[in-house]
Unconditional design. Structure first.
Length: 582
């Protein structure tokens, strides 16, 4: 399945919609609509398959005349049918938002307008009565289209907006979890629904994500990342095959929402239930996209929460859901289905990135979103602590950070092998080695100079950190864990890597190694054939130039006492990394 619309198809759709969009973009088209009274302007928003007109308190949504593999709106009757289906299905979770289906007509003088009466016929009714008598529609102007009318909701009330402002009331996520439990408990079930949740159907859907994304051959989406995602997806499918099949056989699958994202959930805490929570925009155009195990429906909202960094809220949601549903067995499927939802979003963004008609800025936005979603999918499928992450090992010369980096890399690689992962081992980037390479020197070649001179000038240091950053970016985008072994004595240098982790949505931990002066200097004197050129004077100068982590870095910074044995330092670092992941 692809949500992509090819350039020729898009051009055709735009041509067909030009007159209708222009007409409905004019306030005069709503003169007969009571809910549009008093509106001062019409705002038009396009999606791939719909056009939305915001008119005062009202929203009117028409369906583009498309016929794609996953949606067919190609005829007037199909569009009318799906308008009614949309209203009926969405009233399950937004009872007072969907007002009804309205008719768009062409007057005798050719202008289009929205009829003030709702189309109250059922989706399967005919235009004319069986006895041939003239109907109300036949006595009025020509019907050219249909639209769903909704009550306009305040975008400041979306779950995403509440979270972004930090104003979500305690217990809200638990309440949403319980409400979703009730929704799934009473949703329609049956053989057709069960068929969409059987193992073969689930496995096909999961596999389509990485195979269809790979088929685009986009340089921006590394092949190694998709191969890693395929490996871990297949591993999880094997682990959960019995559970998936059993739940489908038990009839646990139901007619779900299918598109539970943050901007579809609206909160009105001042209202009484059930209208304190309105969830809109379920998938109406394809039953197969709604029919699923309810855990796959829940996983969409979990995925969107984690994608935007609201991990604690996702945990609160799932805990309340599984308690209310008494379905703790279903919790085992959450990582697979969350990864599936993230992979779908990654694929959709990859298709958007590949479309030539999409502006350059939007393609760049799609590239970032695709990578971030695919990396989230990989983390969901990875064993705890083994998903792609960025670890910065900082400290003064002689603090033991290079020894620790090597030990951590080896340990993480061994653990990954034990869990059946097929990814490359963690990449260790050592700034001393990178600096020498940029200077055209071998790592062992001495280039001693005074502090801030020779190959250690501020300009060369900036080049070195820039090269380390790009190496880290490339490896993270392949799904690898990256350890960067560098002094990181300034907050500016640290922030560059924090920004990278935030862009890609991967966990970051800044481990600051601290050893006594005596121990550090002893280690420096004992070095031989090492890439570091630091001596006692460099150590003292670096210590004086050291900056404590700024307030915004405190949450990811962990201090490690590295004065002891390498084993003790490794154990302390592993404990710090676990706290970063929690």
């Amino acid at each position: 399945m692809s949500s992509s619309i090819g350039a020729s198809m898009l051009a055709t759709v735009k041509l067909e919609l030009t007159d209708e969009m222009a007409a409905l973009g004019d306030l005069r088209a709503y003169a007969e609509v009571p809910n549009a009274a008093g509106a001062e302007a019409v705002e038009v928003i396009q999606t791939h398959i719909s056009v939305v007109f915001l008119v005062g308190d009202a929203v009117f949504k028409i369906k583009k005349p498309l016929c794609l593999p996953f949606v067919d709106y190609s005829t007037l009757e199909l569009r009318r049918h799906f308008c009614h289906v949309e209203v009926e299905l969405n009233r399950r979770l937004a009872s007072d938002v969907y007002r009804g289906v309205v008719v768009i007509r062409r007057a005798a003088d050719g202008h289009l307008y929205v009829d003030g009466d709702y189309d109250d016929r059922g989706p399967s009714d005919d235009h004319a009565r069986a006895d041939g008598a003239e109907t109300k529609d036949e006595r009025r102007d020509e019907v050219v289209d249909y639209a769903v009318e909704m009550r306009r909701l305040d975008e400041a009330r979306t779950l995403g907006a509440w979270l972004a402002r930090g104003e979500l009331r305690p217990g809200t996520m638990a309440a949403i979890g319980r409400r979703l439990t009730e929704f799934h408990r009473h949703a329609a079930r049956g053989p057709d629904v069960d068929a969409r949740a059987c193992f073969d159907a689930v496995a096909t859907n999961c596999r389509d994500n990485y195979t269809q994304t790979a088929a685009l051959h986009l340089d921006a989406i590394p092949e190694a990342l998709l191969e890693r995602l395929a490996t871990l997806t297949e591993r999880e499918l094997r682990r959960q095959a019995t559970t998936i099949a059993s739940r489908a056989e038990q009839g646990l699958a139901c007619d779900c929402h299918g598109d539970l994202r943050l901007d579809h959930v609206y909160l009105f805490p001042e209202r009484e239930p059930p209208v304190d929570l309105e969830i809109i925009d379920c998938v109406e155009f394809n039953d197969a996209f709604r029919y699923s195990d309810p855990i796959a429906d829940l996983a969409f909202l979990v995925m969107d929460l984690r994608y935007h960094g609201f991990t604690a809220e996702a945990d609160e949601l799932t805990s309340a859901y599984f308690d209310a549903a008494d379905d703790h067995g279903g919790a085992a499927l959450l990582p697979l289905y969350t990864a599936y939802r993230a992979s779908v979003r990654g694929k959709v963004e990859a298709f958007r990135m590949s479309e030539p008609e999409v502006p350059a800025a939007s393609r760049e936005e799609a590239r970032r979103a695709s990578l971030r979603h695919l990396l989230l999918a990989l983390r969901e499928l990875s064993a705890p602590g083994l998903g792609p992450s960025l670890i910065l090992l900082a400290g003064l010369p002689g603090s033991g950070k290079s020894t620790l980096a090597a030990a951590l890399g080896e340990t993480l690689g061994e653990t990954q092998g034990e869990t059946g992962g097929e990814a490359d081992p963690p990449l260790i980037i050592r700034s001393d080695v990178v600096r020498k390479r940029l200077a055209g020197l071998s790592p062992e070649t001495s280039s001693k100079a005074a502090f801030g001179e020779g190959i250690y000038t501020p300009a060369m240091t900036e080049r070195t950190y820039g090269a380390c950053l790009e190496m880290a970016r490339a490896a993270l985008c392949e799904g690898r864990t990256v350890l960067v072994d560098a002094n990181f004595r300034g907050n500016r240098q640290r922030r560059l890597f924090v920004a990278l982790a935030q862009e890609l949505g991967v966990p970051l931990c800044l481990l600051i190694c601290e050893a006594s002066e005596e121990e550090s200097l002893a280690r420096i004197r004992a070095r031989s054939g090492d890439a570091s050129d630091a001596d006692a004077s460099i150590y003292l100068s670096a210590r004086q130039a050291w900056e404590a982590p700024s307030a915004e870095l405190a949450a990811v910074a962990k201090t490690i006492d590295s004065s002891g044995s390498p084993r003790a330092t490794l154990a302390a670092a592993q404990a710090a990394l676990r706290s970063c992941d929690s």
